[in-house]
Design a protein around this ligand. Sequence first.
Ligand SMILES: *[C@@H]1O[C@H](CO)[C@@H](O)[C@H](O)[C@H]1NC(C)=O
Ligand SMILES: *[C@@H]1O[C@H](CO)[C@@H](O)[C@H](O)[C@H]1NC(C)=O
Ligand SMILES: *[C@@H]1O[C@H](CO)[C@@H](O)[C@H](O)[C@H]1NC(C)=O
Ligand SMILES: *[C@@H]1O[C@H](CO)[C@@H](O)[C@H](O)[C@H]1NC(C)=O
Length: 491
Amino acid sequence: MHLLPVSLTVSCLLSLAVDTLAVPHPSIFTGAHMGLSRRAAKRRSPDEVAASLQKRKLALEAKYGIGHAKNRKRASGQNLITNEDADSSYFGSLAIGTPAVSFDIILDTGSSDLWVASSETTGASTNIPSGIATFDSASSSTFKSLNQSFSITYDSGEAQGTLAEDTVQMAGFAVSSQVFATVSEVSSNVLSAPVSGLMGLAWQAIASSGATPFWQALAASNTTLTDGLFAVQLTRYNNDSKVTALEPGGTFTLGAVNQSLYTGEIDYQDIPTGEVGYWIQQITGLTVNGDAVSVGTGSDAYAAIDTGTTLVGGPSDVISAIYSKISGAQAGTGSLEGYWTYPCSQEVTVALKFGDSSISWPISSDDFEFESADSSGSTCIGAFFEVDNTGTTAPAWIVGDTFLKNVYSVFKYDPPSVGFAKLSSTALAMNGVSAPAPSATIGSVQAEVSATGTVDTGANRESSAALPMRSSVGVGLLTVVATTLFASLLL
Ligand SMILES: *[C@@H]1O[C@H](CO)[C@@H](O)[C@H](O)[C@H]1NC(C)=O
Ligand SMILES: *[C@@H]1O[C@H](CO)[C@@H](O)[C@H](O)[C@H]1NC(C)=O
Ligand SMILES: *[C@@H]1O[C@H](CO)[C@@H](O)[C@H](O)[C@H]1NC(C)=O
Ligand SMILES: *[C@@H]1O[C@H](CO)[C@@H](O)[C@H](O)[C@H]1NC(C)=O
């Protein structure tokens, strides 16, 4: 299949995200009501009325953190991640509807919309893979269509569908009236079995739908999560010759950090003022085998911390400066344009520093060495590639899984910040383990909030019609672009 040159592809993706980085919406509490889901009116017995009133009182107390709620134990939960195609992408699972049906979804801190493939989809032209779980709105008693179209555009196509609301459960939490899209058509490289969709884990400000993301609805409620954050640990299999398509991918923890997965302190750095949308961090130091490379200042060095991107993309001048420190490195041409190759025999350790931190986080040379470029295995493709964000307000850098496999990552609501810590020996021992990938398990819900009334109205959508397509999923979908590129190289 035809692929756009990578740098062009990337700049197209980023240009689509232009207005999504505009003035962030204040991340205010948007009216989450604890546990009060709508139900059909019916005559109730006095006992039922009393029980209902009691529940209402507890819900109100929980909402305002008063009464019993003051001492109520708040919660956290864990979701096991699957590593797909030797670290190309990482997915988790969630459940939608009543009764709840589970789906595998890409966990993407580089976008903010949730979507799953719809069951009302037939025919090869839709590119919905056969055999994946699809969402059947008719079988959920809590489903509500918003009768509003949803469309995300990226390099060679798009995902299209309709916005809806339903109860969404993940990692032991539920959000009722969560806005998501049921997608009826995608471009050919968007979904690969068993994945049915994508969960955006960045901030509401860049949501195409305008809706509050699942994690943010929970964090904003103050009384639900033990800590307003989620944390990610990702496994490494790309240096393992016995890797299979699906391997254990690590853990996603919502509402707490898991102390058995890191050592030392978590080093938090705030998202720069006015940049709350992507999980932005400013790169303030970059070394290649200990040699410093200048990354510039201010927004020239802003990076989106993105679990939904396989590699690390940055400005072409800095990327070429990185490879100038590696003897024998060469800029790629043709389908490798934007990438660089180098002799596989070289060990390359790039280390990154963020914000005001004094800590430099090294990336394993096993991750820098992304892929063999030839059958003899003597030339390798490096994991740092060129992104051109000229003319857009998208971040200059996208720091994806190549980096994130090397740290324990924490994404914090208040203050908006990203924290990194050293992986523990327990976490490191999960790399390359030969074990079955986790199956989608949902478990029981320990707490539920309601997210309502946060979608862009039709009027708002019309007023923004002159702007480029509001799409924030581009960054997340880089993983698909990269996977497809290398799949085609290997043919
Ligand atoms: C859905 O929207 C379309 C187009 O705006 C409109 O014609 C139709 O009546 C709407 N349907 C419902 C059920 O609101
Ligand atoms: C949540 O806590 C923050 C400060 O910690 C406070 O400003 C905000 O009003 C709280 N929101 C609710 C809904 O209690
Ligand atoms: C992969 O790399 C890790 C260190 O990054 C190392 O411990 C492990 O042995 C490597 N595995 C293989 C198969 O080379
Ligand atoms: C923390 O991670 C360890 C190792 O994966 C796991 O066994 C444990 O259940 C996790 N703890 C929580 C509270 O999720």
